[in-house]
Design a protein around this ligand. Sequence first.
Ligand SMILES: Nc1nc2c(ncn2[C@@H]2O[C@H](COP(=O)(O)OP(=O)(O)OP(=O)(O)O)[C@@H](O)[C@H]2O)c(=O)[nH]1
Ligand SMILES: [Mg+2]
Length: 223
Amino acid sequence: MEIKIVKKVLDANLTVAEQNRKLFRDNRVFVINVMSSPGSGKTTLLEKTLTKLSSEIRAGIIVGDVSTTHDAERLARSGAPVVQVNTDEFGGDCHLAAHVIAKALENFDVKQLDLLIIENVGNLVCPAEFDIGEDVKAVVLSVTEGEDKPVKYPLMFRVCDVAVLNKIDLLPHLDYDRQAAVNYIHQVNSGMPIFELSAKTEAGMEAWLNYIREKTKQKNEMI
Ligand SMILES: Nc1nc2c(ncn2[C@@H]2O[C@H](COP(=O)(O)OP(=O)(O)OP(=O)(O)O)[C@@H](O)[C@H]2O)c(=O)[nH]1
Ligand SMILES: [Mg+2]
């Protein structure tokens, strides 16, 4: 019985995700869904990303948290339009579902966007199960979380297209085996591109920015 209910929820979610995907395709907006455990540095990475790309790309952002508008306030400083979703109002969900994105989209003029970034609720489990109509799913893993998260939470790493290994500026202070982390990621998702960077010092950021630039350009030029 429980399995049936879960399947029904996911089927309903997929229907709305397809509607979102059509809207994004019709308007040629590249959409990236950024996921991670709490505190791995999503907002910091996105603050830097938005600031650096603001002169070349028209970006919007939807940020999900159970509660507070802290992240929206940080991200709004980039000048990009930001909508905060508090899932408290949707039953305290641990993820952003497709219908929540559809509702948040009412606050944007999608025609005016080249790029939509979605910062999902900090959680390595639930967000992996919900298609929201995005083009790319990205997972952020920070070096303070331990090397083995990809094999402990394999679904997240299996469904994602790219990984970011953040906070590399802290490596000199930690007993962290970065090669082991890379191996664990590739054990779950072989060949997955990994951007090793520090959102704080901006080391390694250029490759990530180029990836966003390239994907956005491809989608904007799609016929
Ligand atoms: N040293 C270091 N600290 C970082 C880096 N990136 C983020 N931080 C710090 O990590 C903490 C959490 O960063 P956030 O950007 O708020 O993380 P988040 O993933 O958005 O967190 P939630 O939205 O709560 O899930 C903050 O104190 C950041 O300053 C980094 O590259 N290096
Ligand atoms: Mg955040």
